[in-house]
Write a protein that binds this ligand. Sequence first.
Ligand SMILES: [Zn+2]
Length: 237
Amino acid sequence: MQETIQVLLSLQELDTKIHSLKGELKRLPKEREKRRAAIDGRIVTRDELDGAIQQLALRVKEIDMDTTISRQRMRKLEKGMEETGDQSLVMAYQHELRSLKRDVSQAEEEGLDFVTQSDGFREKCDAITAEVEAEELVFLEFQENMKKEVVEAEAALAKLEAERAAKMKGDLDPNIVSVYERLLISREGIALANLDGRTCQCCWMEVPANLSVRIARGVDLVTCPSCDRILYSATYN
Ligand SMILES: [Zn+2]
């Protein structure tokens, strides 16, 4: 059994590296997506601000057109007042003039508010654009590094898997291999646990005394009753 444990330990050494490389190969594209989504979110915000600026510009244009029409009407009324001798008509004109002046002044105030709002949005928009440009550069650099890292990790992985395949050609008991491989999957890449005294060094539970005796005898495969991992004792190996 000691010999089997030795082979499993050397397999575990390879599998730990394989597990971490596979984790890295999964993590990198996720990290890339996360960074991309963060920048895209900022671009959406900027586009929304841009849309609001255009809406405000339209409103300002409408106000300009309305006030131009009102002013033309005001000039007409003023001229009418000069020309007519009818006092009641003059009073009606004056009334309309006052009302038009009030409308124009309100509209102009509103227009000014829109321009102020629009200037604020424009400032934010420009700030986001500058930030996004900087973030895009960082993203590009990350992406380039990532491509290199992926190529390196894939090459290292291929090498380790070839080493692993060579080890698997030995005369390992297929039943033990299947226990080991099942544990690799269910126990996040760590199938073996060192037993120090009576304490499993993976789950930190104490095993019954007879288990440490069985390990010392080295006749059969012993697994941890708590975490299921294959137990070995560094002392006996
Ligand atoms: Zn355990």
